[in-house]
Design a protein around this ligand. Structure first.
Ligand code: GLN
Length: 552
């Protein structure tokens, strides 16, 4: 009888942005493929309590969990790869840890004591790690530490992991270090020295990794593996080369091929079924065999940073791949549309998405994109802010309510068709105070939404302060807008759709957080299908290839 759970502690070395989060998610997938229950947790060493107040430029997308936590975008990878819902406990920041400890100190819980990083902060980190194991009843908990070994701020986290190795039975903890092997172009050589140094850095803290995952852009040979094994003191079969993949969903298959899954099982003395990755293989096969070109525009103000729309991008891909569509995402800066630039690019699109956003910058550009979609009957999917701008455009240009706006952008708008939610009015703190997490929504029978979902009641995740202003509901409805999704008490508008349009739908929630590679979200699936139909009906495909031929 083995004890539960086992822990895999995953650190990073050499440089950031080598795909540690994806690697961790992929390890989760190959363990789940063996029938094991897997939980994943990310420890972020920064001092913000959560990333909800951080700019997308700093942090990329904020992923919202079902229980309403604003978390790191890696949690989106975890959910998409492992297909288990994560929770508030799945993302712990240094800020949260310090806040908890300091609140206890103020309450007098430590009266008489000096509060120190060791043991108070490290104890709190260990409590959070163990809580995930207990709450999820997982066989294996994978804990990823953000940042790279050597960062000052990650020291308390690494110290906590070191302490856990002693507290857990040695066989119950596995340390995986993800590094990067640079390639020197002049001599065409792959270098292991930075990996050696980062392992030395870890050893200085008292952690000897058991597995090294060596990320690389180039193939690596056995000599390199032997060298890393020798210098870093790990078994040769525990040096896992991981070359940059052409498709992120191929990473679990690549890791499985290295034998890491069996290595982990053996090391933990866990019995499990043979891995079944057949569904996953099917996904990757389909990703690689897509044929029909589909051009989807994402109109936002952070489009130069695709990470800011990570889940939206993945959701489009999930839906497109299942429909054999090779989707090309066209990133359009709403600020440029606002200045009258790139408007003609809208004409090349088969579908338009306006995703989540905050603040006035770029809003008029988004409204221009909505107007184009409505007038030209281009399929449109509005996500949260995307629904709000869809309503503002309709109010201004169809209902002729001049200067209609959201009070987020113009507090004195004569027609505030989008307004601050009543429950938000007394709130002054910015952190974690939006309407967050999963809420139910009932759908109008036979609407576009009800047909897409094939259901009458759904649960979706939210992150907003503003909502559709019900003073305008009647005017919108008489003129052809169907509010096809409402909160169960009928008060809050969750989905708006245009009747005189093949697919123009906005939702106040974030469907992008629920899409999975094997289970595309119904709204994205319906949107992609409508976009493909729009393209085919107009013979746009033929038109485009003719245009290309002209160019050549
Ligand atoms: N800024 C809008 C609000 O707070 C939309 C939020 C979003 O798109 N997530 O309601």
């Amino acid at each position: 009888m083995t004890t539960k759970p086992k822990y895999i502690f995953c650190t990073g070395g050499v440089v950031s942005s080598v795909g540690k989060g994806l690697t961790v998610a992929a390890i989760g997938r190959i363990l789940k493929a063996r029938g094991l229950k897997v939980a994943i947790q990310k420890l972020d060493p920064y001092l913000n309590v959560d990333p909800g107040t951080m700019s997308p430029y700093q942090h990329g997308e904020v992923f919202v969990t079902a229980d309403g936590a604003e978390t790191d975008l890696d949690l989106g990878h975890y959910e998409r790869f492992v297909d288990e819902n994560v929770s508030r406990m799945s993302n712990i920041t240094a800020g949260q840890v310090y806040l908890t400890v300091l609140e206890k100190e103020r309450k007098g819980d430590y009266l008489g004591g000096t509060i120190q990083v060791v043991p108070h902060i490290t104890n709190e980190i260990k409590r959070c790690i163990r809580l995930v194991g207990r709450q999820t009843d997982a066989d294996v908990v994978i804990v990823e530490v953000g940042g790279t070994a050597g960062d000052i701020e990650s020291l308390p986290f690494l110290e906590a992991l070191r302490q856990l190795r002693t507290e857990l039975k040695r066989r119950d903890a596995l340390y995986v270090h993800v590094t990067f092997l640079p390639h020197i172009g002049a001599t065409d050589e792959i270098k292991t020295k930075p990996t050696q140094h980062s392992v030395r850095e870890l050893r200085g803290i008292g952690i000897q990794p058991n597995v090294i995952i060596a990320r690389t852009d180039h193939p690596i040979n056995d000599d390199i593996i032997s060298k890393i094994a020798l210098f870093c003191d790990v078994d040769e079969d525990a040096v896992i080369p991981l070359q940059t993949a052409d498709n992120i969903y191929a990473v679990p298959l690549m890791i499985e091929e290295t034998g890491l899954g069996d290595f982990i099982l053996k090391r933990f003395r866990l019995e499990a079924a043979a891995p079944d990755l057949s569904e996953w293989e099917g996904i990757v096969r389909r990703c690689r065999s897509v044929t029909d070109k589909l051009r989807i525009g994402i109109v936002g103000k952070y489009v130069e940073l695709h990470d800011a729309y990570m889940s939206v991008k993945e959701s489009i891909t999930h839906a497109a791949v299942l429909q054999s569509q090779d989707v090309e995402i066209c990133w359009i800066h709403s600020g440029e549309l606002e200045k009258g630039k790139r408007l003609d690019e809208l004409e090349t699109l088969d579908g338009i998405i306006v995703p989540s956003g905050f603040g006035y910058r770029g809003i008029e550009g988004k409204i221009a994109a909505v107007k184009h979609a409505r007038e030209n009957k281009v399929p449109y999917l509005g996500l949260c802010l995307g629904m709000q701008v869809m309503c503002i455009e309709y109010a201004r240009n169809v209902l002729r309510l001049d200067d209609a706006n959201s009070t987020e952008f113009d507090v004195s708008s004569p027609h505030p068709v989008i307004d601050l939610m009543a429950e938000q009015r007394a709130i002054t703190d910015m952190g974690g105070t939006m309407r967050l997490g999963e809420y139910p929504c009932k759908l109008t029978p036979n609407s576009l939404a009800a047909r897409a979902y094939g259901a009458s009641r759904i649960m979706e995740r939210h992150r907003h302060r503003y909502e559709f202003n019900n003073d305008y509901r009647a005017a919108f409805m008489t003129s052809g807008v169907c509010f096809s999704g409402l909160s169960p008490d009928g008060i809050l508008v969750e989905i708006a759709e245009l009747q005189d349009h093949p697919f123009m739908l906005g939702c106040q929630f974030h469907p992008e957080f629920l899409s999975r590679p094997n289970r595309p979200h119904p709204l994205f699936a319906a949107f992609v299908q409508a976009s493909a139909e729009y393209r085919d009906e107009l013979g746009r495909l033929a038109l485009r290839s003719a245009m290309r031929a002209d160019d050549n």
